[in-house]
Design a protein around this ligand. Structure first.
Ligand code: BG6
Length: 519
């Protein structure tokens, strides 16, 4: 691993050189939170970097009464609020604003979609967007069905012109269990082919998540050890300091397992556990991820009691600005949350991957809100060396090697190895070889939405979930959610806001193991 060394980004990977096809980006949920916080700042930043197609328009489809001009002002305000470092003024802003149009319609009115179709044809002529359409559904999930159906009825699922394309990005949540995910896949399949569909999981757009495949398969040194002969266990931690932030209503229907585990944590797990794909193509990568999901042992009711832990935060102290802490309310006191709610804000799982590579290696996953630190990290804990040589020393401190992949923040990876402590005796202590994105590359890490939107415009679905992949993840998680309804719930709250979750989570690990707590 390299430290403190600047590496020039490889020229071929400079996407600035790529000419992207013209495109009309049609946004549903255009007045929503995700649009303001993520999607529009991502699009504007792409323009600032010169990465958007030369011929490009944004069409917002929403029911509120707005004009092109008033909607542009809303977007400018959103960028100033949520991406204050981006200069939303002057020529660059004017250029961006000029590409934005507002189309007012109710989501359930097929007439509005027919009018949208006419408007897109006008834009093909006036702005040269060549019949290519990228629809982005960022509404609440209740609207997904009607939008898909009405797009189909207005024949917007078909390319605008011969040789052009029509694609659809679908936001999460993709269903709430196996049944609803299957229904959503079926309703998409009524109008769109699988190649047209881009199911978003923004974790896949994170550089460090993509780097898992590079770390594993572009280096010779890890893969020979990446199996049950050498790995003792694996941990994935997805921890956030935030509580509900006004999303209590949503979270009551979701819980941390639907919100972060079924999607983000399992995506990380599949990349860590998968076999080398035959190519980097979308289907080759996703084929291998699906195999991992299918190898994860299904949970019986007994397994759920034994191999899962649920938690919910009570009052506590959480990190605030500049190393200080502040008091935090309990989950049940948050806006939109029922007084006696049994919804989990923390969950931990011991997965068993019943395949040749991983048989016998515990895969632990924990995710939680109101933890002491915002950090997503993967720990690969290797087995100990044979206890022969250094065991004879008076002070035997030889530790097993540990590889920690820091998905966020402080993106990078570190490998702990044993080293001789300088001095007259033979004493061994663990030291860290550390790689940090920040000091190794000049290129800053951008928000994951940028990469995902670009990939959808390019027609590359490798970083999006396939229909069978989403259903395989739900097939694993749904029985756990069902069993939790039948099993008696722990007495909530069972961890204080600002702590590392319920003490029961420790019992999930095998003796001698402890949760890796991001520093
Ligand atoms: C979203 C969840 O998918 O991911 C949120 O709905 C969560 O609850 C967010 O806070 C975390 O994303 P990130 O990129 O900040 O780790």
């Amino acid at each position: 691993m390299l430290d403190e060394k600047k590496i020039d980004p490889c020229e071929e990977q400079d996407t600035r050189r790529e000419v992207l096809p013209p495109c009309a980006f049609v946004l549903f949920g255009a007045t929503g939170d995700l649009t303001r916080r993520k999607i529009v700042p991502a699009l504007f930043d792409l323009q600032l970097q010169g990465l958007l197609p030369e011929k490009f328009v944004i069409v917002a489809f929403a029911r509120r009464d707005k004009t092109d001009e008033s909607f542009r002002e809303d977007l400018q305000a959103a960028i100033k609020e949520f991406a204050p470092k981006l200069p939303a003024e002057g020529d660059e802003w004017n250029k961006f604003a000029a590409s934005v149009f507002y189309h007012r319609s109710n989501l359930d009115d097929v007439g509005g979609y027919n009018r949208l179709s006419d408007r897109l044809k006008e834009l093909d002529n006036s702005h040269g967007v060549a019949g290519n359409r990228l629809f982005y559904i960022a509404t609440p999930p209740d609207n997904f069905g009607e939008i898909i159906e009405n797009l189909g009825k207005a024949r917007l699922n078909e390319p605008g012109l011969e040789s052009s394309w029509s694609r659809l990005i679908v936001e999460k949540p993709f269903g709430t269990d196996l049944g609803t995910a299957h229904e959503l896949n079926a309703s998409l399949a009524n109008y769109f082919t699988e190649k047209q569909i881009y199911r978003i999981d923004h974790y896949l757009g994170k550089e460090t998540v993509q780097n898992i495949l590079v770390l594993r398969f572009a280096n010779q040194i890890f893969e020979p050890l990446w199996n049950n002969k050498y790995v003792n266990h694996i941990q994935i931690t997805v921890a956030e300091t935030l509580g509900m932030e006004g999303r209590g209503n949503y979270f009551e229907q979701s819980g941390i397992t639907r919100d972060m585990v079924q999607n983000h944590a399992l995506q990380v797990l599949t990349l860590i556990a998968m076999e080398p794909p035959v190519a980097l193509s979308a289907d080759a990568v996703r084929d291998e991820k699906v195999k991992v999901l299918k190898s994860l042992r299904p949970f019986s009711l007994d397994d759920v009691a034994k191999y899962t832990v649920r938690g919910q935060y009570g009052k506590g102290e959480v990190p605030a600005k500049e190393g200080e802490t502040e008091k935090a309310a309990s989950y049940r006191e948050e806006e939109g949350v029922a007084e006696g709610s049994d919804v989990e804000t923390y969950a931990a799982f011991h997965f068993h991957c019943d395949n040749w590579r991983w048989s016998g290696v515990p895969l632990y996953v924990q995710a939680g809100k109101r933890m002491p630190k915002r950090a997503t990290e993967v720990l690969i804990q290797f087995k100990s060396v044979p206890d022969v040589l250094f065991a004879k020393l008076d002070c035997n401190t030889v530790q097993p090697n540990r590889l920690v992949i820091r998905i966020q923040p402080d993106e990078g990876a570190s490998l702990e190895i044993g080293s001789k402590v300088p001095g007259p005796e033979m004493r061994v202590e663990p030291v860290r070889l550390d790689f940090k994105y920040g000091s190794s590359f000049d290129t800053p890490i951008r928000d994951s939405y940028q990469r995902l939107i670009l990939d959808a415009m390019r027609g590359d679905a490798s970083l999006f979930a396939r229909n069978d992949e989403v259903e395989a993840a739900w097939a694993l998680i749904t029985p756990i959610l069902d069993a939790w309804r039948d099993l008696s719930c722990p007495i909530f709250p069972n961890y204080a806001a600002g702590s590392w979750g319920p003490t029961a989570a420790q019992d999930l690990l095998q003796s001698g193991e402890a949760w890796h707590l991001p520093k």
